[in-house]
Design a protein. Structure first.
Length: 277
């Protein structure tokens, strides 16, 4: 049942990532039902999970999806994952002999590891995006999807706000008459939001691959290789980040990377504990 539940949660998170517009709830519902049906078939035909266990896991996954559909804000995403983490730790602490149907140690380890690995790659990007939004003070806003989702807009700097206030004070209460010479000339731009430099869109693909690589290297006890991967990421991203004078891209890079590394480390620890006799 646990494998089906984890895959069901992954199906819900993938639905959000693949359907970037939360207003098109019908399309989101169709995608989720398709994915959850595939999860149920995989659990029945491949994993050999019973119908009752599949039904319970599917209901819990539907509740997870309904929660996101009702409240897709960043703080709601963090609340769901915090609640899921507590439940996960509780099930891990149960004795397999006393609670054979509830303990995570009672099933086949390889099936549980595959489900956790799948959840920790692409679907977890939804959680990391929510962490970035909360760090930028946008906890009440809905988390965008993975595909066609805009990069988090830059927060207005203190200097820009002070400049606007000074301009408003100098203008006073008098309104200048509009003349053709006083109207600003706006040049045509292909991408209006490119004034702050190129967006770091590669993280949506680098993150899952990086987490998977760190988990594999941790399983092989290659700590030096993990350190090299972390250092290489910083070196490769440095030219892009150094062009941002406000430092916002550096903060986004650090918060996203550290969150991804922590998740990869937790998954590696879980795999090691699960494989212990």
């Amino acid at each position: 049942m646990h494998e089906t539940l984890l895959l069901g949660i992954a199906a819900s998170e993938l639905t959000v990532l693949l359907t970037s517009d939360p207003r098109r709830w019908s399309r989101r519902l169709i995608v989720f039902l398709t994915l959850i049906t595939a999860v149920a078939c995989y659990s029945w035909f491949v994993l050999g999970v019973g119908l009752v266990a599949i039904a319970i896991a599917t209901v819990l996954a539907i509740i997870w999806f309904g929660w996101d559909l009702a409240d897709g804000s960043a703080r709601s995403v963090l609340a769901r994952w915090a609640l899921a983490t507590l439940g996960f730790l509780t099930l891990m602490s149960l004795n397999a002999d006393s609670f054979p149907h509830l303990s995570l140690r009672s099933g086949r380890s390889i099936d549980l590891i595959i489900a956790v690995l799948f959840l920790a790659t692409g679907p977890v990007n939804h959680l990391i995006t929510a962490i970035l939004m909360c760090a930028r003070g946008r906890a009440k806003e809905p988390v965008p999807g993975w595909i066609n989702a805009p990069v988090l807009p830059a927060m207005p700097s203190v200097q820009d706000a002070a400049t606007q206030e000074d301009a408003a004070e100098s203008a006073g209460d008098e309104e200048a008459p509009l003349t053709p010479s006083s109207l600003p000339i706006i040049a045509a731009q292909d991408n209006p939001g490119d004034d702050k430099g190129p967006a770091l869109r590669g993280g949506r693909w680098i993150g899952p691959l990086e987490r998977l690589l760190i988990i594999v290297l941790a399983g092989a006890d290659a700590q030096v290789a993990i350190a090299a991967v972390v250092a290489a990421k910083g070196v490769i991203r440095f030219p892009e980040i150094s062009q941002d004078s406000s430092g916002e891209k550096a903060e986004e890079f650090l918060i996203g990377s550290v969150s991804s590394w922590i998740l990869a480390a937790l998954v590696a620890m879980f795999i090691r504990v699960t494989l212990q006799p």
